[in-house]
Every structure is written in C-alpha cells, then in structure tokens.
Design a protein around this ligand. Structure first.
Ligand SMILES: [Zn+2]
Ligand SMILES: [Zn+2]
Length: 369
C-alpha cells in the first residue's frame, strides 16, 4: 500500500481535484507502474463533462507510459524497471472475441470498463474509506497506477516516453482505423473530419497506404496546417467553406472513405454525404451515448456503407511492437502530434484547451523518480 497523487473526478461537470490517494499493492497478474507521460484524450473530456457516463468518483486517463515499479504474483514477462505503454483494452485472450482475434472487443476488458474496477471486480484506489473507480483499467492521471499485466507492452529504451505515450489510444485508433478497420488501398480517396490527435494518425496512415487525395476537414486553421504536415493533400476549413461542395470539386464523385473522428452526430451525417456510391463512412469518434443520426435510406441503393470503429480494430500486443519498429525506422512520425505538455496540476487547463479545439494533444508529464 502506498500514497500517490491523482486527479479525482467526483462528479461530471465539476473540475477534477488533485488528491493524495491510497494505492493498494498489485494483486495476482497485476503490475504497479510509475507514470512518466499521459495523453489527454477526448474520451477523458467526455467523462469530465458528462457526455460519457462512468461510475464516480473516478480517476481518468487512459493512454500513457511509465516504468514498472513492482510486479504482483503470477506476473510473467515483466520486471521492475521495464518501460511500458498502457492500453485501455487489456484483452483476456479467453473470451469469444479474443479467440476470434478481435481482441479490441474483449468482453472481459469491456466489463472492467463498465464496472470501473480491475478484473476481480475491486478497486486498488482509495481515498479515506471511499473506493475510487478505475477508468478503463488504466486511470493514468495518477503518479502511480496498478493495471493488469495484459494492459501493458514494453517499449525500447530509445523511444522517448512522451512519444510512446500517445501510442495506446491516439495512434492505435487512428492508424488502425485506416489499416485494420477500413483497409485503405493505394489510389483511394479519403476525407478525414476532425484533425486532432486521432485524426492526424488517420491522415498519416492514409498517406502511408498510398491514398490520394487525402482531404482534411476541420474548423481550426492551425490543425489543418498540422494535417498537411502529416500527409493531407487538401484541406477544408468547414467554418468558411462548404465541405460537400469542396469534396465534390476535388473528387467529382465523392470520396471512397470518409473518417469521422469527432463523435458528433452532425459530422457523422456529413461523412455519409461526402462518400461516393460504393464508398464507406467510418465512424471513429465517440458519440454521446443517447445521440442518434439520420441518414437518407434511399442511398443504400447505391451501395453506400457506414461502419463503426472501436480502438482502430487494433490488436494491442501485435500492433504496438510493429508501430514502434516503424517509428524507430523513421517510417512513421509522432513528433508534431503533441502540441502541449503540462504537469498533472494543469489537467483542467488541458481540458479547457480541448473544448476550444486548441492544439492536437496535451501530454501530462510526471516528475521523474
Ligand atoms: Zn482515447
Ligand atoms: Zn477477451
């Protein structure tokens, strides 16, 4: 048992409070990780602001890197001192989906997320006599975390912690959406609505897949500039330009693939409008739980499709080592996706920046031990 500093959200719509919390020692199959870097993602903001209901109180944070400080009983393949990246889908390897190779849909990991606990149904985090909930079995807005061993993968010594920090959500989701969910082919046309952390990864992966044109859509000129640097061939500022008219001007028929990376019902409908006959809208963004969309049903006759995308249909333990090799070989760029770094105490400022759509991603840096 130890004390650690963590950002506790007591109630949606209220600011997080930095507290000294009590953290239990890792149990069977769990590891204790001293965090070094954690990305601030829209899903954290959704919980903070109330559009994604979670059990409270909770410690948010679901992408990050750190160093293993202690291994629990039954842990194999990890040692104290290992540098690791965390995942919010610690797949079990046993359930229906894991056995079919769809580890991102693991029901065991899903249950941990719903209950806000670790696998045995209990929490390792406490404040006084109160239990705190885990967020997606990660909760890395905390100096130390206890996670299941399936929720971590090793990273080599020459990959900086803040580079690897975005792997666990933004990179896996964005790259996976293109390479695993969609399977974009060379020469196909792509539109990406929303050019934040995930959107930039969609753009980079589309570019590496040989897609052309790659049309970035956003309302922030700064993000559109970043989109260009990651491979967008065209940009549309949808505050000033009519996206549908511009996409038609560039592609005549519409795009083969439209990736929606905001989780906004209106832009999901917009993604549908941007695809050609036979094209597919891929919904990567997390929409508010009760929201609905309206599509012109007649257009199914021209073989337009829409499909969901969860965590880029990724397989964490296979994809992370492959992505790390591509990054190390200079075939994939992460630098430039992180727009801000901040200490844990400035988490609320990072949320505020995100609400304004300012910058691609903030990385929380923890003091090194
Ligand atoms: Zn995320
Ligand atoms: Zn499973």
């Amino acid at each position: 048992m130890m004390q650690t500093r963590a950002a506790v959200l007591y109630e949606a719509g209220k600011p997080v409070v930095i507290e000294e919390i009590t953290l239990d020692a890792p149990r069977q199959g769990e590891i204790l990780v001293r965090m070094e870097a954690a990305g601030v993602c829209h899903s954290d903001l959704h919980v903070r602001d109330g559009s994604l209901p979670e059990p409270m109180p909770i410690v948010l944070g679901h992408e990050g890197t750190g160093v293993i400080a202690e291994v629990g009983p039954g842990v194999t393949g990890f040692e104290v001192g290992d540098r690791v990246v965390l995942t919010w889908v610690p797949s079990c390897g046993q359930c229906y989906f894991c056995q079919r190779g769809q580890t991102h849909l693991c029901t065991t990991a899903g249950a941990m997320g719903v209950q806000g606990t670790l696998r045995d149904g209990t929490s390792r985090m406490h404040l006084g006599d109160k239990n705190l909930h885990h967020f997606l079995a990660v909760s890395c807005f905390s100096e130390y975390v206890v996670v299941p061993q399936e929720g971590a993968a090793k990273i080599p010594a020459d990959v900086p912690m803040e580079v690897a920090a975005v792997l666990g959500c933004a990179v896996l989701t964005g790259v996976g959406a293109v390479e695993r969910t969609a399977g974009v082919r060379p020469g196909e046309s792509v539109a990406v609505i929303g050019c934040g952390g995930v959107g930039l990864n969609v753009i980079q992966a589309a570019s590496l897949s040989g897609a052309y044109p790659i049309i970035a859509v956003d309302i922030n000129p700064e993000k559109l500039k970043m989109a260009q640097s990651f491979g967008a061939s065209h940009t549309i500022n949808s505050r000033e330009q009519e996206a549908l008219r511009e996409v038609r001007r560039i592609t005549q028929l519409g795009v083969d693939w439209a990736f929606e990376v905001l989780g906004n019902p209106r832009t999901i409908e917009q993604a549908w409008s941007l695809i050609r006959a036979g094209g597919t809208a891929v919904v990567v963004g997390l929409a508010p739980r009760t929201s609905t969309i309206t599509l012109p049903a007649f257009e199914f006759i021209i073989e337009k499709s829409i499909r969901g995308c969860f965590y880029g249909s990724s397989r964490f333990h296979a994809d992370v080592p492959a992505l790390l090799k591509r990054i190390q070989a200079g075939r994939m760029r992460i630098e430039g996706m992180v727009s801000h770094t901040a200490p844990l105490d400035e988490l609320e400022t990072a949320f505020e920046r995100m609400r304004r759509g300012d910058g691609a991603r903030t990385i929380i840096r923890f003091p090194s031990a």
